[in-house]
Design a binder for this molecule. Structure first.
Ligand code: NAD
Length: 462
């Protein structure tokens, strides 16, 4: 796609020729592929005013009509899915097959789910002598990261629009082209002017201006815990609603009764896909001491298969960050069994699929989010030990449990402090709530739970 040299505000592209620009770089070959404007606080203000002006009419639009627009949006995204996949591959670097199967396909399912929910959700209920109205929260400031660039936009914009809110989006610096493509899709789907607005720009400038803007009623942020904490503090000062989807350090718990080979292979694939840049990735594999060496061998073999299939990480800074964690793992005494510091290719920001064994739960690589293709295999003695390790980080976003019987895995999952657990390799469900315990966030995305983040109640007493 061609990059726009402007912002999408009030239903049209507004050129911004005199702004600083952000280079969009292909991480696979380090070439600049486009430039987009870096929005200022004034640009954000223009977008928020447009969203506010559009709010009363959109909030009053019958949910069935909002559903129709969302269904149209889903259809446009479906018609442009190849272009979406190519765009994500160009600016994020993920292999095209993964971009097609995940980056382009998942947002279609999520958009479709909100077209359905907008049409079927009860925006009014009776509670005794009261009628409770579920009304849109207002203007939403959406701030998104680069790792699943379209999914993270759709997971905020679709429920917000379904709820009757209007939106200003500030996407990640690394992946603005996918966001521009989404704005084109919104336009094609004929949403009213001002209902969705896009300002590209830098986090500490445009992002911060959006989070601080008094015309924004809810800030929905996905990204790092450090920035999320700052946004939460700003929102609290302004008594503004906030939804935070933050980092993770999820545990993949393999109980002794599990199919070990399957659990290890799926676990390695989970960490290596998207080059390890998945907030919910199971980056800690917990294996019983009796099966430990067998699991280590299986994981090393599985990781080696990814050597020439893995995409680059998003930028040079991320590559340096991931490598610094690999260095730390080695320095703290973990045993490197696959990958390491050497890059699999000369050009591009690649990191070798890396696996560490003999990782102790308190090591830096077992505690901090690396956001790269690095897996830590940790030994446990018994189930209580496994639980203590699984729950022993500040995060609680996702996880997995494997056991011979589902009921055994479920019993363990009930004791985990985390927002989502895959049982024996369970499948993605676009209707299931996604979000974190502890420092992994506040609020939930997807399905009905994601919709209600954008609604507030009003009780009429009779
Ligand atoms: P980041 O926090 O640096 O950036 C995320 C977004 O916030 C970007 O759009 C950025 O421009 C903006 N931003 C940066 N500074 C800001 C500020 N001061 N004020 C307002 N906005 C600001 O994170 P990242 O490096 O883009 O993404 C990686 C992180 O995101 C990882 O920690 C990962 O776990 C997390 N993440 C979480 C989820 C989830 O659903 N929980 C999903 C994806 C990514």
């Amino acid at each position: 796609m061609k990059a726009h040299d402007g912002f999408y505000i009030d239903g049209a592209w507004h050129p911004a020729p005199d702004r600083d620009t952000i280079d969009v770089v292909n991480p696979a070959d380090e070439q600049i592929i486009a430039q987009v404007p870096a929005g200022t606080a004034a640009d954000v203000d223009t977008a928020v005013r447009a969203a506010r002006a559009a709010l009363p009419a959109w909030a009053a639009t019958p949910p069935a009509d909002r559903a129709e627009r969302l269904a149209a949006l889903r259809d446009v995204l479906a018609a442009r899915k190849d272009e979406i996949a190519e765009t994500v591959t160009a600016e994020l670097g993920s292999p095209l097959a993964f971009s097609q199967a995940v980056h382009a396909a998942v947002p279609l399912a999520v958009a479709a789910s909100y077209a359905e929910l907008a049409a079927t959700h009860s925006f009014e209920e009776k509670v005794g002598n009261s009628t409770v109205l579920h009304e849109p929260v207002g203007v939403v400031g959406a701030i998104t990261p680069w790792n699943y660039p379209l999914h993270q936009i759709v997971a905020k914009a679709a429920p917000a629009l379904a709820a009757g809110c209007t939106v200003v989006l500030k996407p990640a610096e690394d992946t603005p082209l996918t966001a521009q493509l989404f704005a084109e899709a919104v336009h094609e789907a004929q949403f009213p002017a001002g209902v969705f607005n896009l300002v590209t720009g830098l986090g500490p400038v445009a992002g911060q201006a959006l989070a601080e803007h008094p015309g924004v009623d809810l800030v929905s942020f996905t990204g790092s815990t450090a920035v999320g904490r700052q946004i939460g503090a700003t929102a609290a000062g302004a008594v503004k609603k906030v939804a935070l989807e933050l980092g993770g350090k999820s545990a993949n718990v393999i109980l002794p009764s599990a199919d070990l080979a399957k659990a290890v292979n799926v676990g390695v694939a989970n960490v290596m896909s998207n080059s390890g840049q998945t907030c919910s990735a199971w980056t800690r594999m917990l294996v019983h001491t009796s099966q430990y060496e067998e699991a280590v061998e299986l994981a090393a073999t599985a990781a080696a298969k990814y050597g020439d299939r893995i995409g680059p990480v998003v930028n040079a800074k991320q590559q340096a960050r991931v490598r610094s964690y690999i260095r730390k793992g080695i320095a703290e005494g973990a045993r490197l069994i696959a990958g390491g510091l050497e890059s699999p290719r000369e050009q591009g920001w690649y990191v070798s699929p890396t696996v560490f064994a003999d990782v102790r739960p308190e090591m830096t690589i077992a505690q901090e989010e690396i956001f790269g293709p690095v897996l830590s295999i940790i030994r446990y003695e018994d189930e209580d030990d496994a639980l203590r390790i699984a729950n022993g980080t500040v995060y609680g976003l996702a996880g997995a449990v494997w056991a011979g019987e589902e009921s055994e895995a479920v019993a363990f999952a009930r004791r985990m402090e985390t927002g989502q657990v895959d049982i024996n390799g369970g499948r993605f469900n676009p209707l299931a709530p996604f979000g974190g315990y502890k420092h992994s966030g506040i609020g939930r995305e997807l399905g009905t739970h994601g919709l209600t983040e954008y609604l507030q109640t009003k009780s009429l007493q009779f």
